[in-house]
Design a protein around this ligand. Structure first.
Ligand code: NDP
Length: 373
């Protein structure tokens, strides 16, 4: 799969439970090295399942490919010429990867944008069906670029897909009655109000929004990895989408309405059910079977819902006991393993660290040494 290979570097995989998405129960495989992500995911999902589950939907699965034209002398004239050629250019794209059209996909539309006096972008939307589509699109774009050079004698700077996949969106919502949110003697309504307030802060403040979105991506990336997809592509699209209105904001929103906390998350999710490394890595096929999914759209619905559950669990912890308390045991476990404890020693060392109120690596090593005496 890669160049200059020396070895495999393995990541842990776990399962998140309690996912009820569009009235179907799912087991969700997650690949992550971060402690507490899967526990938080299952916790958020269990609250939402008790509230009736997620309602998820997906847009068309169109990916945008870009051809950037440079040294343009008369951009308005060029745009008119491209417009005249649109049908022809779309069919050139389709002929470059004919099997996609046979499957019901292919080039759908073409738009032009003036980026600067001398630079014009051609955006071509391609229905990628069940694949993520990067390689297929790049092949199609290069054919169109060649045609433009021949017919219009126009210089092409580059042709490549855009990861800002605004035409391949997934959306999920949940509606949680206040009473499901009460904890530690605090009324659910108070917690709900604090979560809505936390959501508001992520809309107002970029410093908070970045961390808010990191929490969402903790869950999303883990399922993207487990499903054999390209998490860098999903990350770049998600963060670009978070800044779509000119300011980087939280990807999710939380609002109160008539005794309910309403959560919503929307982001580009151009994941594939086939293609890329999906058919190559055996565990990916097992994970698809574990999820019992049959399409890229179904996978999108699960992944966007994982993002919202992850966000709920994080906000719930933040506005109640704080993020560290619930996760401390899991974080300490990593510290203790790093200090050299084996599986038979881990729990005892974590207990001693908690008793002594120690949270640092030196203390973990010292406690382990004392334990072994
Ligand atoms: P592939 O190159 O593997 O193409 C998809 C494959 O899936 C094709 O071979 C196609 O077969 C096959 N296929 C089978 N059934 C279907 C179906 N129902 N719908 C669609 N295709 C089907 O992968 P992608 O083009 O999806 O590219 C994804 C890869 O590209 C990822 O590994 C990604 O990391 C990488 N990449 C990402 C970039 C980015 O994000 N900027 C840039 C470049 C690469 P057939 O040939 O018969 O049509």
């Amino acid at each position: 799969m890669i160049e200059n290979y020396i070895t495999d570097y393995s990541y842990p995989e776990g399962i998140a439970f309690h996912y009820l998405v569009n009235n179907k129960d799912y087991l969700v495989p997650m690949v992550t090295e971060e402690p507490s992500v899967i526990a938080a995911s299952s916790h958020g999902a269990s609250i939402i399942a008790k509230a009736g589950g997620f309602v998820a939907s997906t847009s068309e699965r169109l990916m945008i490919g870009q051809i950037i034209l440079e040294n343009v002398e008369d951009s308005k004239k060029l745009i008119l010429e491209i417009k005249e050629l649109t049908k022809n250019l779309l069919s050139v794209a389709d002929r470059a990867h004919p099997s996609l059209k046979r499957r019901g996909g292919g080039a759908r539309w073409l738009k032009t944008r003036i980026l600067a006096k001398d630079l014009v972008a051609i955006d071509i939307a391609i229905d990628v069906q069940e694949a993520m589509g990067a390689n297929m699109i790049n092949t199609m774009l290069e054919a169109v670029a060649k045609k433009l050079e021949e017919v219009l004698n126009q210089q092409v700077l580059m042709s490549i897909l855009s990861n800002y996949a605004t035409e391949c969106l997934a959306r999920t919502t949940c509606k949680i009655p206040f009473e499901l949110l009460s904890r530690n003697g605090i009324a659910g309504e108070i917690i709900a109000k604090k979560i809505a307030q936390a959501g508001r802060v992520a809309q107002l403040d970029t410093y908070r929004a970045a961390t808010h979105n990191k929490g969402i991506m903790n869950g999303i990336d883990a399922v993207v990895m487990a499903s054999g997809n390209d998490w860098r592509a999903i990350e770049s699209g998600a963060h670009a989408y978070a800044a779509r209105n000119g300011q980087y904001r939280g990807l999710s929103t939380w609002k109160l309405s008539g005794g309910y906390l309403i959560g919503e998350l929307e982001l580009p999710l151009p994941v594939g059910f086939v293609g890329g490394s999906i058919g190559i890595v055996p565990l990916v096929s097992i994970n698809q079977k574990l999820m019992k999914i049959t399409s890229a759209r179904e996978l999108e619905s699960i992944i966007v819902s994982v993002g919202l559950a992850q966000n709920l669990a994080a906000l719930l912890a933040l506005v109640s006991e704080g993020i560290q308390k619930g996760h401390m045991r899991l974080q300490l476990k990593s510290l203790v393993i790093a200090a050299g404890a084996d599986a038979t020693e881990e729990d005892a060392i974590v207990d001693r660290m908690l008793q002594e109120g120690k949270r640092d690596a030196d203390s973990a090593k010292k406690i382990l040494r004392d334990y072994r005496k």
